[in-house]
Design a protein around this ligand. Structure first.
Ligand code: ZN
Ligand code: ZN
Length: 164
C-alpha cells in the first residue's frame, strides 16, 4: 500500500475540515420579535431547543425555523404567564391548553401578531386525541373515568385500571 495514502489520512485527522458556519435560522422578523419579547418579559429566559416548550419556572424554548414561530412563542409565553407549572390529570392538561390559547390570543393582540383560530384548534385537537387515547380501558377499549394521574375507572369492567 502506498505510504501517501497513510499520510493523507493522518493529515486529514490532524486538521479536520472546519465545520460549516451555523446558519442563522431566525429570519430578521422573528429575531426582532424575539428581542422584543426578551425586553418585555425579562423574568423569563428564551432559548433555542428541540421543541416549543415552557419549562417551569422561567425557561421558554423555541425552534428557530418554525413557520409559526411568533404564534408558538407567544403560546409558550402564555403558559409561563399563567403559571402552568404542573397538572395532575389529562383533562386538566386539556383545560390548561385551552386557557393558554385564550391567553395567546390576548398576547397576539398586544404584540400585533395575527392569531390563527384554525391553528389553535388543530393544536387543541391533538390534545383531545391524546387525552382520549390516555383514557381508554386497556381491557375493553371503552372510555374510562379519570380518577387521578395514575388510574382510570372503567364503568363497563367495573374496575380500576392503571393508565398506559
Ligand atoms: Zn401549550
Ligand atoms: Zn373496560
Amino acid at each position: 500500500m502506498p505510504a501517501s495514502i497513510y499520510s493523507d489520512n493522518i493529515r486529514e485527522q490532524k486538521t479536520p475540515p472546519r465545520p460549516p458556519e451555523k446558519p442563522q435560522l431566525l429570519s430578521e422578523k422573528n429575531l426582532n420579535f424575539l428581542e422584543t419579547l426578551k425586553t418585555s418579559y425579562p423574568e423569563f429566559t428564551f432559548k433555542p431547543g428541540r421543541k416549543f416548550l415552557f419549562r417551569p419556572r422561567k425557561s421558554i424554548f423555541y425552534i428557530e425555523s418554525d413557520e409559526n414561530f411568533r404564534l408558538l412563542l407567544l403560546h409558550e409565553l402564555a403558559h409561563a404567564l399563567l403559571g402552568h407549572f404542573s397538572f395532575d390529570k389529562s383533562l386538566e392538561r386539556l383545560q390548561i391548553e385551552r386557557d393558554a390559547w385564550e391567553k395567546t390570543r390576548e398576547l397576539c393582540e398586544t404584540h400585533s401578531i395575527p392569531f390563527s383560530e384554525e391553528f389553535a384548534n388543530s393544536e387543541l385537537d391533538t390534545y383531545r386525541d391524546w387525552v382520549h387515547q390516555k383514557t381508554l380501558c386497556p381491557s375493553c377499549g371503552l372510555t374510562c373515568l379519570e380518577v387521578n394521574s395514575e388510574s382510570l375507572y372503567c364503568p363497563f369492567c367495573q374496575k380500576y385500571q392503571r393508565k398506559a
